[in-house]
Design a protein around this ligand. Structure first.
Ligand code: FAD
Length: 320
């Protein structure tokens, strides 16, 4: 019996990977289970160095140029084989865009129990998880019962804690013989050099209140000043003002930044589903009765075209 944690990387270890490693270490300690980890990709040696202090017994690096880009066939095949080899009983991944797909495919192939987008993880003879239901209106607590249990953790929510500086034993493997049905020929990044929305510590989001695509430039400037990323409501995305990859909510991305600034967003339940676990929520809306104010930590009733420039000016003074 052991825990296998799936670490996500994109050229470097993603913060959700460190969060998963940390949560796995805490669970392993409570359950008395060893923790092993798997990292799939190319040129992974330097990333392995960052995994000291997570009580990972063995780190399996599948390092091959054929694994440079994510392939569902390859990643699922590799992790499935490793689960069997290690007789793992608990698998921990991340509920990132990639992680959710990988965990769902893996759970199908392993015919095991899966709890996605988990916001709390504990042990009581088996995994006990907390996850949001009904678009985040309620939190469900579930005790998993299968002999093989898998959870994916919501990014940005679990703290990263290390204990000592012991490094895992590393075993590097090349690409196993697997049937790969899909080949990625090219990747076109929509936001080259920009902070990834799902992992951003600060998100500045715009909604229908912006009235058009141009004001997103003003929000981008504010996000740049704060070192954050741009989000949007579905109304703004559906109007064609900003790309769908920026959409936050039930049918968009789930974000958990330290600071979420909602500008001209009413706070529909489907939008809240994607951002209500943000640590601090600031709402700027000219309607004092807008539902977003019910979950906001700080609310500014006013015209965003006055408030955002004023905020930018004050931040400029602070930076100066
Ligand atoms: C199945 C389903 C899935 C959905 N998924 C999502 C999702 O993932 N994400 C999502 O966001 N929505 C989603 N929606 C849509 C959701 O129901 C709302 O329609 C949408 O969130 C509204 O976007 P909004 O707040 O930008 O627009 P509105 O609700 O129109 O709100 C605009 C707000 O801007 C304010 N405003 C206007 N002008 C100004 C100004 N000058 N200064 C300050 N404030 C101003 C107004 O007072 C208003 O509160 C989904 C809906 C369905 C049915």
């Amino acid at each position: 019996m052991s825990i296998l944690v799936i670490l996500e990387q994109r050229g470097e270890l993603r913060s959700c990977a460190l969060e998963a490693a940390s949560a796995a270490a805490a669970l392993g300690k409570k359950a008395g289970l060893d923790v092993n980890a798997v990292l799939v990709g190319r040129s992974l040696e330097s990333q392995a160095d960052k995994l000291a202090g997570f009580n990972i017994k063995k780190l399996f690096l599948y390092d091959d140029e054929k694994l440079e880009n994510y392939s569902n066939d390859a990643y699922v095949g590799i992790v499935k084989e490793l689960v069997g080899e290690l007789s793992a009983t608990v698998i921990i991944g991340s509920a990132s865009f990639l992680g959710k797909e990988l965990c769902a495919s893996l759970a199908g192939r392993l015919a095991c129990e899966l709890a996605q987008d988990v916001i709390g993880l504990d042990w009581d003879g088996a995994c006990v998880v907390k996850k949001p239901v009904f678009a985040g209106k309620a939190i469900q607590e579930i005790k998993l019962t299968d002999s093989l249990q898998m959870v994916s953790l919501r990014p940005n929510l679990f703290t990263v804690e290390t204990d000592g500086d012991a490094k895992p034993e590393v075993e590097t493997r090349s690409m196993p013989e697997l049937s790969i049905r899909t080949v990625i020929k090219d990747i076109v990044r929509a936001s080259e050099g920009k902070i990834d929305l799902s992992e951003a510590r600060i998100v500045v989001s715009g909604g229908r209140g912006l009235g058009g695509p141009e004001p997103f430039a003003m929000l981008q400037e504010l996000a740049d000043q704060l070192g954050g990323a741009i989000g949007a409501s579905r109304a703004a995305v559906d109007s064609g003002w900003i790309d769908h990859t920026n959409q936050v909510g039930q049918t968009g991305k789930v974000v958990t930044p330290d600071l979420y600034i909602a500008c001209g967003i009413s706070g529909a339940i489907q939008h809240l589903a994607g951002m209500r676990t943000s640590k601090i929520i600031v709402a700027i809306n000219k309607d004092a009765d807008a539902p977003i104010f019910k979950i906001a930590d700080y609310g500014i009733v006013g015209d965003l075209f006055e408030v955002v420039p004023a905020l930018k000016e004050e931040l400029g003074k602070l930076a100066g």
